[in-house]
Ligand binder design. Structure first.
Ligand code: ADP
Ligand code: MG
Length: 398
């Protein structure tokens, strides 16, 4: 990959602009103030931040949060994230309500080496998403060095994730980025076989390219979740009123024919007439009757999928097997999480990614029994597809 890492750059006495992924969920506390609801992403950035501080560099942190639409919005202010970071780091974290400009520059120049400042949400600026050159340059002016540690945003070519890199002396990957790229490149290019890929979730369109790419190196591709119904329909099955992406049927059929010996589709389903937590559910094998929709994989499918996982040396999982947010349809996803945890225990290399997949994994309580839990959804899929990540591409040697 030939990108620089923290090992290759000077940190001491440097102003190091670090793009982190602090796009965390917020909630209102009892006093009505915003607070961090899940600090997983903040924790994931700690190794890079600590390393810069230990080396006596200045850590200048930038991130996006939510979708404020290119203008300031108090609901997406990063200050509560800074408060949480301060607790986790056990170091003072300064906060700047400006993202660029001379006022921030003065604060940065005045703060001692080995200290940290968090700047306001990059998406308060219209130039962030448009990757505007003057906004990227204004970010670059704050620092000597740029470190990208926001793997979850690396598939986007924004000013803070890509554009800024050319306006600094040196640009490198942070430790989280390095770990993600290493783990995911390994399972993409050199998975120990037998290698199994489990895909599920809602959006078939996002995941087609991954099936295509991984069919080359994987031995088994298990498809569940909503996306399986587009494939089942493409093979001529009746799927009732299950979610189907009509405009992807042709592609699904082509993919299925091309990798038929590797692809497994669900043979039975948990069905209901509506997607409701208190819906009456039943199990059906084969065709789904009209008026019913498939909302989880059935017991027979769980059995055949877990048999494959039990034999695998490498397992990649993205996308829940059903509507795991509702108890009647949560079982398939839970059983797959359990099977992956057991596979890890006996020495398989397991990778899980995707926002909803990771929250399902957390719900199952097995997070610590997975070899690599990715912080990326779209970025993970893009990397697995073999497409370039703009956030990584920008880190060229100078
Ligand atoms: P990830 O975030 O892990 O990449 P996705 O966003 O692609 O996953 O998909 C997750 C969503 O898919 C969940 O909200 C889940 O309820 C939904 N889902 C899974 N199976 C089905 C199904 N059979 N019918 C409708 N929605 C489903
Ligand atoms: Mg999702």
């Amino acid at each position: 990959m030939n990108k620089l890492t923290l090992d290759d750059i000077t940190l001491q006495g440097k102003r190091v602009l670090v793009r982190v992924d602090f796009n965390v969920p917020l909630e209102r506390n009892d006093q009505g103030a915003q607070a961090v609801a899940d600090d997983t992403r903040i924790r994931a950035a700690l190794p890079t931040i600590r390393e810069i501080l230990d080396a006596d560099g200045k850590a200048i942190l930038i991130s996006h949060l939510g979708r404020p639409g290119g203008q300031p919005d108090p609901d997406y202010c990063l200050a509560p994230v800074g408060d949480r970071l301060e607790e986790l780091l056990e170091e003072r974290v300064r906060f700047s309500s400006n993202t660029t400009g001379s006022a921030v520059m003065d604060v940065i120049n005045g703060m001692p080496d080995g200290s940290v400042i968090l700047l306001e949400n990059t998406r308060f600026e219209p130039g962030e998403k448009s990757n505007d050159a003057s906004f990227a340059q204004a970010l670059g002016q704050l620092a000597d060095t740029y470190v990208n540690d926001a793997f979850g945003a690396a598939h986007r070519a924004h000013a803070s994730t890509a554009g800024v890199a050319k306006y600094v002396e040196q640009a490198a990957m942070g430790r989280l980025m390095e770990k993600e790229v290493e783990a995911l490149t390994r399972v993409r290019d050199n998975p120990e076989s037998p290698a199994a890929v489990i895909l599920g979730g809602a959006k078939v369109s996002d995941k087609m390219g991954v099936i295509d790419a991984l069919a080359r190196t994987a031995d088994d591709i298990l498809i569940g979740g909503a996306m399986s119904y587009t494939f089942l329909r493409a093979t001529g099955q009746n799927v009732g009123s299950s979610r189907v992406e009509e405009d992807r049927l042709e592609r699904a059929q082509a993919l299925y024919e091309q990798a038929q010996d590797k692809i497994s589709l669900p043979s039975d389903h948990v069905i209901a007439t509506e997607m409701e937590a208190d819906a009456e559910s039943s199990t059906v094998t084969g065709d789904i009757p009209d008026g019913y929709m498939g909302l989880d994989i059935g017991p027979q499918t769980i059995g055949s999928f877990t048999d494959v996982i039990d034999q695998a040396a490498t397992v990649i999982w993205n996308g829940p097997m059903g509507v795991f947010e509702m108890e009647p349809f949560a079982n398939g996803t839970r059983e797959i999480a359990e099977a992956l945890a057991e596979a890890t225990d006996r020495g398989a290399y397991t990778v899980v990614g995707g926002g909803d997949s990771v929250s399902a994994l957390v719900q199952s309580g097995h997070t610590d029994r997975i070899s690599h839990v990715s912080t990326g959804g779209g970025a993970m899929l893009t990397l697995l597809e073999g497409e370039t990540l703009p956030g990584l591409d920008a880190l060229t040697d100078k």
